[in-house]
Write a protein that binds this ligand. Structure first.
Ligand SMILES: [Zn+2]
Length: 421
């Protein structure tokens, strides 16, 4: 003990000396005064066509965390006749819907490589959305699984004199919150159609607005794996996609083709068979980058009907997630973020379009990191405040904030714009 007392003063000296010479670390929320380069008000805003172009919205497999995982709210309506002979019994509906939703989401984990055009090298990008079963928010405990007994409206006739596939009445009568939930109606073919012998009572569907009518022999409880493509196809229409084989769907990576259902021995179906989700074929399991870009673009448009179907997961911070920027990253499309952003030393984040920060979120620019706003808008798209931009300084090195052209920073709790007197 004694020897310690003697040694201690000698040990402390060098420690104090080191700490007094270490570069000072400071941190503060940025205001307009902290912008290193500020374009004048007269600087023309760049005409960023990329903000409105689907291809810039295709999922980025290297940085999947730069967008949220989208969740599309769905509910299910079992339509039946009063004799209850035409659909799955009530006590089996919950299990069937759970199994079906699970299969639909499981199949979205794998995007198939495109088979057309022959010899293509189109990447199979990750599919960035899933479905989430959603009850009526006005009814506590509601599961989003309904049964309607209605002898007038329960059935679906896809062809012939009594065709009613595009009849909206069943949707108008039974849809629940179809401005924010994708309503799926599981409708049997009419027993008279099935009995006719000429009518094909197979799985078919039609997307009408944000609702979907799916016809099938539900009483037989079809295996969800066998009908997953039908659901993805019809939901694809609701998300903004068109058929690819017979018209211009606005995508260069989905060529027109003869719409073969499957491969056969004779031309053209020996080579020109498609597996794209938006064709009629046995697979319906390939989404092209352009198709995914279209969907994400619709999700990112502030007032789109597709965006309203999403669970707004970007409004709050996702637990444990931080978006780290360690290289030059240009966001050439609008996006909604569900985490804080940390721009590390050597990292550059350039925002060219709209970017929404979650409630209480912040962007930290570490010493040697750089945040560039090039005509972009930083805000919170949920009507909530976010913290702002934190600039860190270590010695003489600071995080940098640059406005290459007039940009907008809104909704920050730490006021960015000077107060106007
Ligand atoms: Zn279709």
């Amino acid at each position: 003990m004694r020897s310690f007392r003697i040694l201690l003063p000698f040990l402390l000296v060098p420690v104090i000396w080191i700490s007094s010479c270490a570069p000072r670390f400071t941190s503060k929320f940025a205001s307009r005064d902290d912008v290193l380069y500020l374009a004048s008000k007269d600087t023309p805003k760049p005409q960023r066509s990329s903000c409105d172009t689907s291809e810039y919205y295709a999922p980025d497999p290297v940085h999947p965390d730069h967008r949220p995982d989208y969740l599309i709210r769905v509910n299910f309506h079992f339509m039946n006749s009063s004799d209850k002979k035409n659909n799955i019994p009530r006590d089996e509906q919950i299990k069937y819907v759970r199994d079906l939703t699970w299969v639909l989401n499981k199949s979205l984990e794998t995007n198939m490589e495109m088979w057309l055009p022959p010899g293509n090298n189109t990447p199979a990008l990750p599919i960035p959305f899933r479905y989430i079963l959603t009850g009526n928010p006005d009814i506590p405990g509601d599961q989003g699984i309904y049964e309607h007994i209605d002898d007038e409206l329960y059935f679906f006739v896809k062809s012939g004199r009594y065709r009613n596939n595009s009849d909206m009445r069943v949707i108008r009568k039974y849809a629940i919150h179809d401005d924010s939930i994708l309503n799926i109606f599981l409708m049997p073919h009419h027993p008279d159609s099935v009995a006719s012998g000429t009518y094909r009572a197979d799985g078919s569907g039609i997307a009408l607005g944000t609702s979907l009518k799916v016809a099938g022999q539900w009483i037989k409880k079809p295996d969800p794996w066998g009908i997953r493509g039908l659901f993805h196809h019809e939901i694809g229409h609701i998300l903004g996609l068109s058929h690819t084989w017979n018209a211009n769907d606005g995508c260069d990576d989905t060529p027109r083709h003869p719409n073969c259902f499957n491969k056969s021995d004779k031309p053209p179906c020996d080579s020109l068979y498609s597996n794209n989700v938006m064709d009629y074929n046995a697979h319906q399991a390939a989404w092209s980058p352009c198709q995914l870009g279209k969907i994400v673009r619709n999700f990112s448009k502030p007032d789109s009907r597709q965006r309203k179907l999403l669970e707004p997961v970007w409004c709050t911070k996702k637990e444990g997630k931080i978006i780290e920027i360690t290289e030059r990253i240009d966001w050439l499309s609008a996006r909604d973020l569900d985490a804080d952003i940390l721009i590390r030393e050597g990292g550059v984040l350039a925002i060219h379009c709209r970017a929404s920060m979650p409630k209480d979120g912040k962007i930290t620019v570490a010493p040697g990191g750089k945040l560039i706003l090039d005509g972009g808008t930083l805000h919170n798209s949920c009507g909530e405040p976010w913290e702002g931009i934190e600039i860190q300084t270590l010695g003489k090195k600071s995080g940098e904030l640059i406005f290459l052209s007039p940009g907008v920073i809104e909704d920050t709790r730490h006021r960015f714009e000077p107060k106007m007197d």
